[in-house]
Design a protein around this ligand. Structure first.
Ligand code: ADP
Ligand code: X2W
Length: 290
């Protein structure tokens, strides 16, 4: 009996949050590292189905970088990353497309369906326009050519909102269409950020394999629980925000400027981290605010 009363208490604690967020759009970026643990990602997708069931409008954007690299290894193609972005030639874009659109995306949709959620995949290239990504190597001053890697210029939100209005969870792949009609590979964090901005989402949540932003990436107890956009530049200069955290936090700053109220970085390994962050008083991970 005591346990049942405790369970009811948990539900009641969630009530003000459910009321606050009902009808609000939350973009969830599902990092490829999560897919290393099947139990872990199945639980997260159950949380996403729960969110939809209690009236939020979750939109899932997924990565799958590790699955792409594995497939490339099997095809004896080397994966080269420059400043965190995969150098993508004609052969690699074929693999990126088949792994993300053909494999990862339908798998995630199927699990949401198994959990009683309604979900549909959206191939990024059907809604995202890009220009070719460009950059200069700070050391040599030479232009960097990533091949078929795109920078988002436009997101057509109509198919996403049509699904949301029909209580369907959209599940989006990080691919885009260039002005030349070609398929382009896009960093999934960037896609999540662009989708959150285009939808004017209330929240953007990055789920990854670390507890959040750490002062010392080697020390999981050094979690920064709250961060203001004004502090970001200094943390980048000090090398604390680096590697995979750079696109997430830079994206967070842009999204907050564009009207997203809060960005969260949370750990997929912690059971129910998504629900804890959204529906409890304490929360987990790092929250980033303007
Ligand atoms: N200060 C930091 N705090 C936490 N993680 C960091 C930090 N700096 C760099 N990282 C790296 O960022 C990684 C998460 O980003 P990424 O590899 O892109 O994950 P995902 O594919 O899940 O989006 C972590 O595994 C960690 O190696
Ligand atoms: C241009 C670029 O690097 N694209 C990424 C797209 C997938 C991705 O971002 O996956 P994660 O979120 O799991 O890292 C890639 O090819 O790996």
């Amino acid at each position: 009996m005591q346990r049942m009363i405790e369970k009811a208490g948990v539900l009641v604690e969630a009530l003000p949050y459910i009321q606050k967020f009902r009808g609000e759009t939350v973009v969830v970026k599902f990092g490829g590292s999560i897919m290393e643990s099947e139990i872990g990602y199945r639980n997260i997708l159950k949380d996403v189905a729960f969110m939809e069931c209690v009236g939020l409008r979750p939109v899932l954007v997924h990565g799958g970088g590790k699955a792409v690299s594995k497939q490339m290894r099997e095809a004896h193609i080397q994966s080269d990353f420059v400043h965190g972005l995969r150098v993508t030639d004609e052969q690699s874009i074929g693999i990126v497309e088949s792994v993300l659109n053909g494999n990862v995306n339908p798998h995630l949709v199927d699990i949401l369906l198994e959990n009683g959620g309604k979900a549909r995949g959206i191939h990024g290239e059907d809604i995202i326009q890009v220009k070719k990504h460009s950059g200069i190597d700070p050391e040599t001053g030479a232009a960097i050519d990533w091949g078929y890697v795109g920078k988002v210029t436009r997101v057509d939100i109509e198919p996403i909102t049509a699904f949301l209005n029909a209580d369907i969870i959209p599940v989006i792949t990080p691919l885009g269409r260039g002005e030349d009609g070609h398929l382009y590979n896009i960093n999934a964090d960037e896609v999540a950020n662009a989708v959150a901005q285009a939808l004017k989402a209330r929240k953007l949540v990055f789920l990854s394999d670390v507890p959040g932003l750490l002062k010392d990436p080697e020390d999981t107890s050094s979690l920064i629980t709250s961060l203001r956009t004004g502090e970001v530049e200094d943390l980048i200069e000090r090398g604390i925000i680096a590697g995979g955290m750079l696109p997430k936090i830079k994206g967070a700053v842009e999204a907050l400027k564009a009207g997203v109220t809060k960005v969260h970085l949370i750990d997929s390994a912690q059971p129910h981290s998504l629900l804890l962050e959204l529906f409890t008083d304490t929360g987990v991970g790092t929250e980033i605010v303007h």
